[in-house]
Design a protein around this ligand. Structure first.
Ligand code: SF4
Length: 295
């Protein structure tokens, strides 16, 4: 029986994350999803960028590439395009995915490349000291907005669905079983899949916004989560209108609900399927002399 421990590099422990951070829980759910599917380690490529969650590859015994900031999806796209049979996962924080890497994110979804993005959204850049990111809610206090943030936030799930992702889901670190189940679903998706995990950063975001200690932040996730009705079938088109804006609540028990579950499905041919057709057409064209005349 395969266990999550088969994918964990215990020699790298203890984890580097702060007490109360959600990243360790996401790591266990990811490895648990690998175990649920019985994936062989050599079939998996984990690509990370820079940030607290980007350190996850230190603890994983699969193929791994630690990329540069915002470029995890660019690297993952290259791996998947060249080796479509591999399971390719990109681990990013909100700074990595929605801010510095925002362009790669929308194009991975548009291209429908078969990569699973597991995004730890803690509403700020944790590793570099709590600066605001593309998902920081308006009004939030961060190290770069000490009097309140003057911008609106991306809704990552709505963005991915609108750009054409095949599978879009959201959960929180409090909802471990749901998180593992959603990652399993995402890993089975031939096209681009996103699992956004709302995760507390008590060290910076929580402290700057007076959200209490880690315990209160986790309790807030439990209270604010609203599971959507069972998701539409695989043939249904995406419904970005079903996605909910993740918003700062200004306190551990108030604030807007967080919609969780599969928020959008848009089953359509993946990049790998379409590119294989192009290759077949090119090979047939080369045989039949049917290449474009560029003169
Ligand atoms: Fe987690 Fe924030 Fe600490 Fe980074 S700084 S490890 S996101 S709690």
């Amino acid at each position: 029986m395969v266990s999550y421990l088969d994918y964990l590099d215990e020699s790298a422990l203890p984890l580097m994350w702060c007490p109360g951070c959600g990243d360790g829980t996401i790591l266990k759910a990811l490895l648990g999803a690998f175990a649920c599917l019985g994936l062989r380690r050599e079939e998996i490529v984990v690509v990370t960028g820079i940030g607290c969650w980007g350190k996850a590859d230190d603890y994983i015994r699969t193929n791994a590439i630690h990329g540069t900031h915002g470029r995890a999806l660019a690297v993952a796209t290259g791996v998947k395009a060249f080796r479509p049979e591999l399971t390719v996962v990109a681990l990013m924080g909100d700074g990595d995915c929605a801010t510095i890497g925002g362009n790669h994110f929308i194009h991975a979804a548009r291209r429908n490349i078969g990569v699973t993005a597991v995004v730890a959204n803690n509403l700020n850049y944790g590793m570099t000291g709590g600066q605001y990111s593309g998902t920081t809610p308006p009004g939030s206090r961060t190290s770069t907005s000490p009097y309140g943030h003057a911008e609106d936030a991306f809704d990552l799930c709505a963005l991915a669905a609108a750009a054409g992702a095949s599978f879009v889901a959201r959960t929180t670190v409090y909802h471990y079983k749901q998180m593992e189940r959603l990652i399993v679903g995402a890993l089975q998706e031939p096209g681009f899949s996103l699992v956004e995990v709302i995760s507390p950063c008590p060290t910076y975001y929580g402290r700057f916004n007076h959200q209490g200690r880690a315990r209160e932040m986790w309790r807030s996730l439990r209270e604010r989560a609203r599971p959507v009705a069972p998701g539409p079938g695989p043939e249904d088109t995406s419904r970005p209108g079903r996605t909910g804006q993740v918003e700062a609540d200004g306190g551990p028990s108030g604030g807007r609900p967080i919609l969780t579950g599969v928020l959008a499905r848009n089953r359509r041919p993946s990049f790998s399927e379409r590119y294989a057709e192009v290759v077949r057409a090119a090979q047939a064209g080369a045989t039949e002399g049917g290449e474009l005349d560029a003169r």
